[in-house]
Write a new protein. Sequence first.
Length: 84
Amino acid sequence: MVKPARPHTRFEKARIIGARALQISHGAPLYVSEKILRVEFREELVALYGVEEANVRFVLDPLKIALLEYEQHLIPIDVDPHED
């Protein structure tokens, strides 16, 4: 993601994450690897599938993936602030 000139507002953050989640849900390639998804969401995967299955599965929720990509500054989307 391009380093923003200023911190994003909550509305801009929601717009970026929402747009990226929509892209992911339509089959766009991910900017994080499956390994990173397994590590970041390990507790959730263990709770859903058990310890053994957690090693081979990863999170499929586009919103969670988009949020992780946003937090790691991997999304190449930014907003154009219209200064008055």
